[in-house]
Design a binder for this molecule. Sequence first.
Ligand code: GAL
Length: 338
Amino acid sequence: MKLNVLKFGQTSFGEDVFLYNFSNKYIDIEILSYGGVIKSLKVPDRNGNFENVVLGYNSLKEYENDPYHYACITGRIAGRTKDALLKIDGIEYQLSKNNGKNNLHGGDKTLHNRNWQSKAEIVEGEGVLTLETFSPHLEEGFPGNVNFKVIYRINKNKVTIEYNGFSDRNTYLNLTNHAYFNLSGDFKETIASQDVKINAIGYGRVDEETLPISIEKEDLFIKMSKYSNLNEVLESKHQQVKIVGGGIDHPFILSKDSEYDVELKDEKSGRGLFVKSDQPVAVIYTGNFLEHTHNGICFEMQDYPDIQNFMPSKLKIYNKIEKYQQNTEFLFDIICKN
Ligand code: GAL
């Protein structure tokens, strides 16, 4: 494992942003101290050619103004919180409204657009990047002074992300990473020719604001626990595909009975991505509103979105005693030819 540290730029507040480049014979990954963003991730195709499979920008300025949440740490609450209202201990917290009347991904001035304290090292052949930041009580309206610690680990062909949140008072947290994957390599093609397998029991039917309203197990627009060609899904006339701008933008309730929660494969390049998480849900988004539509697919491994309305009985509270933690791993491999 090799580690290279570069200065990537300066934020508009004059802080130095670092780029950490870990590479071994399976993976070459760049991660920024800004937003914990995965700037690029190169893995080999079946002929051994390393190419980038995660959407990124060239400059820090673009990350500071990114409406798409490219590969960043996302939170305090990933996804949409209806009416931007969070109720904890009977108190209603008014969150910032940055998506119509809802809160999206914790607001605009939050974990993804700040520079984190960062420390990189190689421990017994494993690349380890530790990122820390503090979010004060009522930042973007959320309760609790929270210390966040996110650890990226790169080991052989696997990237693991561990998220931790330590709050001084009752709150709710739900973090994820918002990487857009495209296994064609250097974005030669959209994701349409790639195949996805979601090991789920159903999905969350969404309304016109993309808020989940019910769990759907029958009226499917994608096969569950079987590979589906993405083109068929993206082109589908299903009301749930149309309502999110043509594609997927839905939570999937993971079945947790398979080795991996989500799998993506690209027959042409031979690349495969296998995702496993300790979280109950994968919010899958096919970049329906990107400048280059469907140029990447996000596997946002997380808790139930809009949990207080969608799945209130599953709500967890985090505080000094109950720390927030989640773990997700992304494994890259060469797939067998069909
Ligand atoms: C996704 C969300 C999409 C879109 C996107 C923007 O997670 O589901 O609807 O808002 O983030 O970054």
